[in-house]
Design a binder for this molecule. Sequence first.
Ligand code: SF4
Length: 223
Amino acid sequence: MKGRIAEVFDSIQGEGLYLGEKQIFVRFYGCNLECRYCDTKLSSFMEYEPEELFNELKLYRDKYHSVSFTGGEPLLQKDFLREILKLTGKGNFKNYLETNGTLHKELKEVIDYIDIVAMDLKLPSSTGLSDMWEEHRLFLEIASQREVFVKTVICTYTKEEDFIRGLRLIREAAQEAILILQLNSNEDRAYLHDKLETFKDLCRRERVTCCAVEQIHKVIGVK
Ligand code: SF4
């Protein structure tokens, strides 16, 4: 069984609760969504057997917090993902999954092998796509078996009504999950900072713990 992998590299985690932690990144090729603000356009991949990829990961000699399985959307290749997660888990790596939070059936098949889930909340007014409330709800319920936190991108066009619906979904499906607010790095920062304050107030009102975290790899110019 071969996996399609766009790149393998080490760097620091650039966003979310584990910002600044050193990780090995395995970027899966392909995604099931086309978000309007996407900055991960992948055009090529290498094919790996799970053991081949594991052998490559073992060549990284520093002390790492975890292996980040990212994309694209890793769960699109759930059979390959499950096999590599088994190998890294047995090899004492911590498994960190970055996902768009929509493929809940696939998550169910790999959740036993994951330590941390970093899930995107895709608000329809931000992505320009149809809503995914039900997919997100089912996904969060499964992800709650592990450590999980949620990230969402705030854009100039993000609607408050979507945001409130997302907050209620988090509160119902994964009460303990922290929400990370990220500003769209390609838009007017001053306007977005004002909007962020409004959205933080909404989090307090809806009793969802949130924090605003910059996508630091873009600020300091690393991969
Ligand atoms: S889910 Fe992520 S990788 Fe896929 S289109 Fe959206 S932003 Fe891009």
